[in-house]
Design a protein around this ligand. Sequence first.
Ligand code: FAD
Length: 427
Amino acid sequence: MSLTRRQFNAKLGQAAAVAAAFGIPSVALGNKKAKIVVVGGGAGGATAAKYIAKDAADTLEVILIEPATTYITCFHSNLVLGGVKTLDEISHTYDRLASAYGLKHIQKRAKSIDRTARRVTLDDGTAVDYDALVLSPGVDLKYDSVPGWGKEHEEVMPHAWKAGPQTLLLKSKLDAVPDGGVILMLAPPNPYRCPPGPYERVSMMAHTLKRAGKTKCKIVILDPKEKFSKQALFMEGWDKHYPGMVEWLSKDIYDGIENVDPATNTVATGFETYKNAALVNVIPAQMAGSIARDAGLANETGFCPINPDTMQSALDPNIYIVGDACISGDMPKSAFAANSQAKVAAASVRAQFVGSKSFPARYQNICWSMIDSDDSIKVGGRYVAKDGKISSIEDFVSKTGEDASVRKMTQTENMGWYEGITADIFL
Ligand code: FAD
């Protein structure tokens, strides 16, 4: 009897499942290499691909599907706005992942997933079968979440919530703001990638304005949230470094966004209409990347539930979902978190397909934010799988009134963390 490739793969999958059930690595059965496909080469996906492939080239075929040749990190993209880093300094290629770890980078976009056949179809119509799939597509922006604003307006009122051309666009608009100009930031509702990100951005915008001597400018944050990450620390920092330049308004004060008019840079709220703003930065609501949602892996929140012990989808154990796209319990959506979750997923994949020893899941996160030169703050924690979610077991945050030397040290940590995590992901 001859088998089609699909039947053959299905039999391999069954053998792998039986092997896993008895603690036998599927490779020990003499099967061909198990095929692990990773979609998305960002903080989560590139980490997963590297850590699955590492030392397993003989037993696993690892394929990374990511359309870009270069990944530009959102993390530290606010520092580009602050003139502290260049876009080049936050750009990373996939060259070393392929050469050093033997994984294959397919430079295409995944269009759909057939979960029954365990097959990913790419945008050129070709298909890639998998034994296990790791998804880390990040977030999609909800372009319909701000009345009057949509994708067609992102050149006029940039979001810059995906790093790259949008970052440079926002920077050039920021540099063009005249002294005394009003900048409006429409902050996003929860949950969104990088909880302290909008407020670090405000700090870095103010940093640029101050360095240019434009201290009569005002940045007004229209925030649908009642409080925000590291709020007391940011507010203290704004008062100290940028007095009178930043105003934060929560929704109960400005009474909601009624309309945004990109043609006149006007934002009408229930309380006040801001006409002819010098710059409007719209950060809309967010949801899991479409490849995960279209595969039926998200719930009503727009994000994907996972098993916190392994990072497997709660809806499909053949699929792992890491990073911003997943519902990460007490963990924020951050690059640090995505990297940490990806390592748990990689360990689980290797345990299943290579027979490596598995350990209880442990997660970690720290988010640093730069307020001004030599003044960074941080928040972080450690997490385990508990009560059906990723649960915090320890947390810490910088303190208000900290000595300048502590803040300077935190800034050094911040810069060192970036070098460390990007090396961990891409080198
Ligand atoms: P991403 O890094 O966005 O990667 C997703 C990848 O998937 C992309 O490369 C995309 O091209 C690819 N992709 C999507 N769909 C498909 C598809 N269908 N087929 C193939 N590929 C696909 N985090 C921190 O830890 N520290 C910080 O200081 C920090 N600062 C931030 C500042 C800003 C302004 C922003 C916006 C974010 C910041 N973050 C920070 C958050 C961090 O960038 C994200 O949490 C992190 O990138 C999430 O990783 P991810 O792998 O889930 O998604």
